[in-house]
Design a protein around this ligand. Sequence first.
Ligand code: ADP
Length: 483
Amino acid sequence: MMQVLSVASEAYPLVKTGGLGDVVGALPGALSGHGITVTTLMPGYPAVRAHIGDAPLVHHYPNLMGAEARIRASYINGFPLLVLDAPALFQRDGGPYGDRSGADWPDNWRRFAALGRAAADLASGAIPNWRFDLLHGHDWHAGLAPAYLRYAPGPGPVAPSLMTIHNIAFPGRFDVSIFPFLGLPPRAYSIDGTEYYGGVGFLKAGLASARAITTVSPGYAREIREPAFGMGLEGLIRTRSGDLTGILNGIDPKIWNPQSDPALAARYDSHGLNLRRTNKRAIESGFGLTQSDGPLFTVISRLSWQKGMDVLAEQLDTLVALGGRLALLGTGEAALEAKFRAAASRHPGRIAVALGYDEKLSHLLQGGADAILIPSRFEPCGLTQLYGLAYGCVPVAARTGGLSDTIIDANEAALAQGVATGILFDSVTSEGVANALQRAVSLYARPDAWSRLQVQGMAADFSWHQSGARYAELYAKLIRGPA
Ligand code: ADP
């Protein structure tokens, strides 16, 4: 069996703030059929500690980045889990990255340097009886792991490393004054090492040090070569483009399947789309929307600039004028939350918002709303459109990144050929969003065309089947080493 150490801050169902958690949680299952054991290493946040209890000790650090820490071994979804149990770093009220007010923890550099160091120790023989063939790091939280393997490895064989970019917009940049505390040699503070715009960049360090890089869609892999998407890392991405591939995220059919989903009021398949109406009624009554068979839009999203939520918030009167209704589930920037709340009070019965994080409700919305709005300015892969496709909740999305890789726009040719699965629009502007809403409402008024969109979307296979095979191939290539 090939042994891979997957290093991340989130893994569903223990910790999830977005798509990263879903993907890291699904990866071991996606690869288990390929002769690969994926062990997940994550921080011991309160929910993780509660899950593992006093799981067996693997290693004790009297002092890891200034904190006492232990690595403990347990399981997640039936697959091996290693937890970096360091209460001083991770046992805190609030979220994984900040306190209840949303402010980042001031010592995030220390917390995730500790994660990176522990990962590198596991993957380079510093911890007796443990070895891995490959280290797979996710996003900036794991970015220092490949850098430690490169500049300060343990005494054993050093595993090759792979970094996956789930979102390049989170660079993990810290002041240069932290560098001396990282335990890296001075030469690691260089332009092809950890240096990032005069500070230390955790993602940069990982991208510069890993043997290979992936990101979560082919479209985003192309986009991040450009300044508009690369967030200052486009130069490095271009230099490393020979080592960069895009592998789409998959969805886990055990968790996202309308035929068996316990969160739905009615379960269905593509032959029983009329059953979705029961779910629609449940949404209407839960959100206090007027009951109607007219188009019901949903949004399930972080409320942020990336997601284009500012533009959408300006088009809610248009949405209502077109005869639409909206049930929104999201959390994020206070100013955006206020805008959506204001729209809900302007349009009672037509617009309703649930400002919070609610996993179960997100399933019901996919199972009962007619269309999901995703006006993202950039979208590395996006999962909510994949869930929408699987549930017959037609995605209406910006043509960017993973959205354009996974949705086939309902232009006349695609409709005629029976391949369309959603609506893509080009510009995240008031006009772009208004036009997309108009197109959606017009198509919805053609029930045959609309249900074909739904059926075609539900037939699209975005399970991990293909993407698992792509990762397996890449892992094998990296373990074999340079030809
Ligand atoms: P990102 O990771 O950028 O936030 P993705 O589309 O890749 O975007 O993944 C978002 C994930 O988080 C999806 O699983 C989505 O259903 C979920 N999600 C987002 N907001 C909420 C919310 N308020 N309540 C429940 N689930 C949410």
